[in-house]
Design a protein around this ligand. Structure first.
Ligand SMILES: Nc1ncnc2c1ncn2[C@@H]1O[C@H](COP(=O)(O)OP(=O)(O)O)[C@@H](O)[C@H]1O
Ligand SMILES: [Mg+2]
Length: 174
């Protein structure tokens, strides 16, 4: 491997030095997850599903369309479970006492962006809703830090847009 390639692959696997300082590594583990439709009650979607996500590792959940990937993720997050019965154990850091929504974020397959907002406007509104306990000054401070960390400063005033419909940011322009 060339020196340049070696350096860039190291950069990918080394967490930014201060960015992760306040993060406590937690393992998410699930055991014997069973998901069944309430009506008709004999339709089982998932059965005997076990797995874990270790800190610093990326876990890919793979399967054909309809295999139950979204149902499993929803079950782990406790969301969109109307009409379903979910049983099994979900452990965070080895305990059931931690609420997953308090320690994690969930990004939908289809992100819900307003195509007419700029990157900054979107983040600012989201932060205002999610960090409602903080003052606007602290929220703005956090926003600046996060945009800097994620390399979004350059495109903060760009319109988000909608693929194929409204021109906006894209992977290339990021
Ligand atoms: N709330 C629900 N009620 C009834 N059936 C559901 C519900 N959610 C998912 N299913 C069914 O469970 C199966 C798995 O769906 P899903 O988890 O969306 O698969 P994937 O994400 O792997 O494509 C599908 O047959 C789907 O119709
Ligand atoms: Mg899915």
């Amino acid at each position: 491997m060339s020196k340049e390639k070696e350096a860039s692959s190291q950069a990918v696997f080394c967490p930014p030095s201060d960015a992760l300082q306040d993060i406590i590594p937690l393992t998410l583990a699930w055991h014997n997850i069973r998901v069944a439709r309430k009506n008709p009650s004999d339709v089982v979607i998932l059965d005997g599903i076990n797995g874990c996500a270790l800190p610093t590792e990326v876990v890919a959940l793979m399967g054909a369309s309809g295999a139950g990937k979204t149902t499993l993720l929803n079950s782990l997050m406790g969301r969109n479970l109307k009409g379903l019965n979910v049983t099994g154990d979900i452990l965070i850091g080895g305990t059931k006492d931690v609420k997953i929504v308090d320690v994690s974020g969930y990004v939908q397959q289809e992100e819900m962006f307003m195509p007419t907002l700029t990157v900054y406007e979107h983040l600012s509104i989201q932060a205002g809703i999610r960090l409602s306990g903080l003052s606007r000054k602290d929220i703005n401070q956090k926003l600046s830090e996060i945009m800097e960390e994620l390399g979004l400063v350059k495109c903060k005033d760009s319109i988000i847009g909608l693929s194929g419909i409204k021109k906006g940011i894209s992977g290339k322009n990021f």
